[in-house]
Design a protein around this ligand. Structure first.
Ligand code: SF4
Length: 191
C-alpha cells in the first residue's frame, strides 16, 4: 500500500474517535476528507454540512454539486484532487466553528497537507482562508495567488456562498477558471 495513502488512513481513523472538541457529540459522523493522496491540487472548506454529516464524505450536497460543475469546466475530476475541511465534525445547524474548535481540530488538516504536499491549496470561503492567513480579507484577496511559508494558497468564495449570492457566484466561477493558469505559474517558478 502507498505510504501516503496509509498515513492518511491512519489520520482518518484518529478523527473517527476524536473527542477533542464537543462537535463529535452532536454530529452523526466525522468527515476526514477524501481524494488523491498525491494530489497537486487541494480544496479546503469550512466544515461538513447536513449531507456530508449523513454520508461521511466532503462536498456531496448542493455546494459540492456546484464545485463539481466548476471542476468540469477546467477539465479536472474529483479523482485528481484531494478535498476536505478545516473542521471534521459538523457544527450544529451549520453554525460557524468557534476559535476553540478550529484550534482543537487544526492538527488533522496540517498533518494531511504535510503528507499530500499539494502544489496549490484552493481555500473555499473565509474560514478556510483565515486558517492559513488569519489577517487576510476574502473580498480583497479572492482570485489572487498568496503564499505562506512553502504553501501556495488561492482563495475563492465558498460554493455555498456562491449559491446564495449572484455576485459571489460570478466571482467564484471567474476565479475557478483561473486555477489551471495558477498551477502553470507555480510549475514554471519551480522549474
Ligand atoms: S471537530 Fe475536530 S477536534 Fe472536534 S471532535 Fe471532530 S475531529 Fe475532533
Amino acid at each position: 500500500m502507498n505510504d501516503k495513502f496509509k498515513l492518511l488512513q491512519e489520520i482518518e481513523t484518529e478523527i473517527k474517535i476524536c473527542t477533542k472538541c464537543p462537535l463529535y457529540k452532536t454530529s452523526n459522523c466525522s468527515v476526514a476528507g477524501e481524494g488523491f493522496y498525491d494530489a497537486e491540487l487541494v480544496f479546503i472548506g469550512e466544515a461538513p454540512g447536513a449531507s456530508e454529516d449523513k454520508t461521511g464524505k466532503p462536498f456531496v450536497g448542493l455546494a459540492g454539486k456546484l464545485l463539481n460543475k466548476n471542476l468540469d469546466s477546467i477539465k479536472i475530476t474529483r479523482k485528481d484532487i484531494w478535498i476536505g475541511n478545516i473542521i471534521k465534525h459538523r457544527p450544529p445547524e451549520n453554525r460557524n466553528p468557534s476559535i476553540q474548535e478550529i484550534k482543537a481540530c487544526e492538527t488533522y488538516l496540517k498533518r494531511q497537507l504535510d503528507i499530500i504536499k499539494p502544489k496549490l491549496i484552493v481555500t473555499l470561503g473565509k474560514f478556510a482562508l483565515n486558517f492559513f492567513l488569519p489577517e487576510t480579507v476574502l473580498s480583497e484577496s479572492h482570485g489572487k495567488l498568496l503564499t505562506k511559508a512553502d504553501l501556495n494558497i488561492y482563495p475563492i468564495y465558498h460554493p455555498a456562498a456562491a449559491l446564495r449570492n449572484g455576485e459571489f457566484k460570478k466571482a467564484f466561477v471567474q476565479d475557478f477558471l483561473q486555477i489551471p493558469a495558477i498551477i502553470e505559474t507555480i510549475s514554471s517558478k519551480n522549474n
